[in-house]
Design a protein around this ligand. Structure first.
Ligand code: HEC
Length: 205
């Protein structure tokens, strides 16, 4: 009898302990956010294991929804992909021979898809095209990576995904030409802005 009563007291105290902990945790959480100076600027140090924690659910979701390309990386598809890339991706992900300072100034940074990584692979050439397709189609939450589902057709999203999967290989001459023109256009417009021939935007204040 006595033993049963003791057991009940223990259970009730443990339950009470749990319930009482919630308000403390909420208050502690608020105090940390308000006064603990967590990272907010792009240059701040990341939280410990931030990248790993964010990528576990992302990779799991992509694994579940992975699809295969409906066509192959023919020259026509790569050329179409290069047009899409220059118009919609280069600003953040760079082009062959030109990394994007804009993309590297984001947090998380936009990976430079034509640059060699520490692993030796170029950009996402070590990912299946379906993995990049998922990211282009859905975007990546809480990063600068937009969803292109309302911007590009499925065909265009596959074409650009096939193109970046081939980043380590030699491209058809027409693709190289598209990138060369895009790079020189950007060089020229940057040079013009430096010389002041393009009016600087009016500053407010
Ligand atoms: C406004 C900037 C921006 C634009 C425009 C943009 N992206 Fe991204 N993208 C990002 C950022 C930032 C990340 C990194 C997200 C992360 O860390 O998870 C990213 C990630 C990716 C990844 C995953 C890279 C990796 O290493 O796993 C792929 C693939 C990708 N983008 C493809 C594209 C393609 C293709 C386009 C054009 C159709 C595009 N992105 C347009 C910012 C951008």
């Amino acid at each position: 009898m006595e033993e049963k009563k003791n057991k009940r007291i223990i259970i009730v105290s443990v339950l009470f302990g749990f319930l009482a902990a919630f308000p403390f945790m909420a208050v502690a959480g608020f105090v940390y956010l308000r006064y603990g100076r967590p990272p907010v600027a792009t240059a701040d140090t990341p939280f410990p294991y931030e990248e790993t924690i964010v990528h576990i659910p992302l990779d799991a979701r992509i694994d579940r929804q992975l699809t295969a390309p409906p066509f192959g990386p023919t020259a026509d598809n790569l050329i179409a992909g290069a047009h899409v890339y220059v118009a919609h991706c280069a600003v953040c992900h760079g082009t062959p021979g030109q990394n994007s300072t804009f993309g590297q100034s984001e947090y998380p940074t936009a990976p430079q898809l034509w640059a060699q990584k520490a692993s030796g692979a170029v950009g996402v050439s070590d990912d299946q095209p379906g993995v990049s397709y998922w990211k282009v189609d859905n975007g990546i939450r809480l990063t600068g990576m937009p969803s292109f589902t309302h911007i590009l057709t499925q065909q265009q999203m596959w074409q650009v995904s096939l193109l970046i999967a081939q980043a380590a290989k030699a491209q058809p001459a027409a693709v190289t030409q598209i990138f060369t023109e895009a790079n020189s256009l950007r060089d020229r417009s940057e040079a013009e802005q430096m010389q002041g021939s393009v009016p600087a935007p009016a500053t407010s204040k």
